[in-house]
Design a protein around this ligand. Structure first.
Ligand code: EPU
Length: 337
């Protein structure tokens, strides 16, 4: 095992905060993964698997071993008249995988174009955008179970997917994902019902979009709304959209008629956290090195030198002000360490 010691985590996360990691290694095989975990067990050290670090905020030094997941490969394992089955390494770049499938005309994940991160991270928070969640295309997930020390393959049901949630998130750090099995469609049913997609396709005068048209439209929408981590440190949506029951929703809607919300069941509404934060006056606000992004207030940005603690404290101020005004408690979507 090639170990590095006391490394800066600045380049390893998209927030770009300069914390220290005690030990670091790159993982390119399943065997290397178990070797690294055994080493941590012997030394009684914590471990953390990271992909592109696009959903993590380090608020203090990490005193264990960071494993950079580098298991790659996109392999077609089966094919029927309608479906394509793929096994993909956890370390593959997510957008690279989406582009590969779009190019092959395999449909299902095109709405998830340009989401930062790796394939292995995609089931953990069940990434989603523009009306699609990755769970819809996942057949199974293969992982090392660090509790039982066995390799397991969990089917879609066993992954217990929910909105930005899964078994892997609930039992944090227990399952270390090495490959994800996807099933994609040869004749894709395009999902263009999301408002901003409709507008973009209309603007480009595209009436019968191809997979590539849809993917390109989404890339343009995301690029115009979300900051590029290469130029401005961020981790996408910092908060989740909260759900509340119908009674509370109706009370709030009376008080704040402009509030944006969507019913997700007979009794539950999802509120647009971006709207709540904007309405509290945070959109575009900068405090020192941290800010609330001016085009999408769910996103917090690092203007260069922010520490993880500064970003965390700023997010706490936002949570408290939303709570005071709307009596709604925002949850962080980003993993805080
Ligand atoms: N809105 C505001 N102010 C804002 C931001 C949004 O009023 O500052 C309003 C918008 O006008 C819109 C509604 O809130 O009516 C929803 O906004 P948007 O379509 O931008 O989506 P979102 O709910 O803010 C979610 C995901 C994003 C994903 C988009 C598009 C979460 C936490 N975020 O954001 O995911 O790209 O939908 O599907 O669910 C991410 O997870 O990192 C991420 C970027």
């Amino acid at each position: 095992m090639m170990l590095e010691e006391n490394i800066s985590l600045k380049q390893l996360t998209t927030f770009g905060c300069d914390e220290i990691g005690r030990y670091f290694t790159r993982i390119t095989t399943a065997a290397a993964l178990t070797e690294a975990i055994n080493w941590c067990d012997e030394k009684h050290l914590p471990f953390l698997v990271i992909g592109t670090g696009s959903n993590i905020l380090f608020t203090k030094p990490f005193e264990g071993l960071i494993l950079k997941m580098g298991i790659t490969g996109i392999n077609k394992t089966n094919e029927t008249a309608t479906d394509v089955f793929l096994t993909v390494g956890a370390g593959e770049n997510w957008h690279h995988f989406v582009s590969y499938c779009v190019q092959k005309s395999w449909g299902g994940i095109e709405n998830l174009s340009l989401i930062p991160g790796t394939v292995g991270a995609s089931p953990i928070q069940n990434i989603g955008a523009y009306g699609v969640e990755v769970q819809e295309c996942i057949e199974s997930v293969t992982a090392f179970d660090t509790h039982t020390k066995t390799w397991i393959t969990l089917n879609n049901n066993q992954c217990a997917f929910g909105y930005r949630n899964s078994l892997f998130k609930k039992e944090k750090n227990r399952y270390l994902i090495t490959t994800v099995q996807f099933v994609l469609k040869k004749q894709a049913q395009l999902r263009t019902d999301y408002g901003s997609i409709k507008e973009k396709l209309h603007e480009k005068n595209i009436k019968n979009p191809s997979l590539a048209d849809l993917s390109n439209a989404i890339i343009q929408i995301r690029t115009s709304k979300l900051p590029d981590p290469a130029t401005l440190g961020n981790a996408g949506s910092f908060f989740k959209n909260p759900s509340i029951n119908k009674i509370n929703f109706e009370k709030l809607k009376l008080k704040f008629p402009e509030m944006i919300a969507y019913p997700i069941s007979d009794d539950t509404y999802k509120l647009a956290a971006g709207w709540l934060i904007e309405d509290c006056g945070w959109k575009g606000v900068r405090k020192g090195n941290v800010g609330c992004f001016d085009k999408q207030s769910l996103v917090l940005v690092n203007y260069g030198q922010a520490t993880g603690k500064e970003i965390y404290d700023f997010s706490e101020e936002i949570i408290q002000s939303v709570l005071a005004k709307f009596d709604v408690l925002l949850e962080r979507e980003v993993n805080i360490l």
